[in-house]
Design a protein around this ligand. Structure first.
Ligand code: PEP
Length: 243
């Protein structure tokens, strides 16, 4: 079995007690304490995670559009994240695109800041149900991907997560063929436009311990992004058996 990248997105969840407990459990278990396991924690808990010096990697769920330090109340820059050994940053998650109106202009700045400071972006793309139903989802996804060709930053390494909005947190999972179609679309886009970049493609949306084996059978899929199921230690540990 090839090793896969398993990324947990905890979203806005966790108490200090649960986070401390879960991180200690993950750090002590060979299955989860792997460099192929990535935990995207709320920023408040990054310090604790980085102090553990564990083998698993840590990610932020967002990054500021502003670089370095300065008068940007409430913002956390990529430089500050690097200080806490953050290796990856989720950018463009559908919940932020929708709930916070994150635009391509904003996402471009976040991607540039991240790439220019050496944090690897996990760039999320995905269509809503209405777009899928319209049959125009390939064009929609290509338009989202197009942002990557308009950045003022070199892309050496990047992760693209295909997260259909209709599958995130809904329990609905696309078929293997549906995922494969998009993985192929992303890979051919990347070959044409970013041939020198090292790019991995993940799937995200209602991944569980039950369906992960089937999802990982899709050709060229490098791993998964897991939301809800990553909050349950036993289930997430079972998912990480694929890491
Ligand atoms: C996510 O939020 O990135 C996600 C994939 O959520 P869930 O696994 O709960 O669908």
């Amino acid at each position: 079995m090839t090793k896969k990248l398993i990324v947990a997105n905890w979203k806005m969840n966790g108490t200090s007690e649960k986070v401390e407990n879960d991180l200690n459990v993950y750090g002590a278990n060979q299955i989860t304490n792997s460099p192929n396991v990535v935990l995207a924690l709320p920023n408040l808990y990054l310090h604790h995670a980085s102090n553990l010096n564990a083998n698993f990697k840590i990610a932020s769920q967002d990054v500021s559009q502003f670089l370095g330090y300065g008068a940007y109340t409430g913002e956390i820059s990529s430089r500050m994240l690097l200080d806490f050994k953050v290796k990856y940053a989720i950018i463009g998650h559908s919940e932020r695109r929708q709930n916070l109106d994150e635009s391509d202009i904003l996402l471009a700045k976040k991607l540039e800041n991240t790439l220019n400071s050496g944090i690897i972006p996990i760039f999320c793309i995905g269509e809503e149900q209405s777009v899928r139903d319209s049959g125009k989802y390939m064009e929609f996804l290509l338009a989202q991907l197009g942002l990557l060709t308009r950045l003022n930053a070199g892309i050496e390494e990047l992760i693209i997560a295909y997260e259909p909005v209709w599958a995130v947190g809904t329990g609905k999972v696309p078929t293997g063929e549906q995922i494969a179609e998009i993985v192929e679309l992303i890979n051919s886009f990347v070959q044409k436009t970013l041939p020198r970049a090292k790019i991995l493609v993940l799937y995200g949306g209602s991944v569980t311990a039950k369906n992960i084996a089937e999802i990982l059978q899709v050709a060229d899929i490098a791993g998964v992004l897991v939301g809800g199921a990553s909050l349950r230690v036993d289930e997430f540990t079972a998912i990480c058996a694929h890491a």
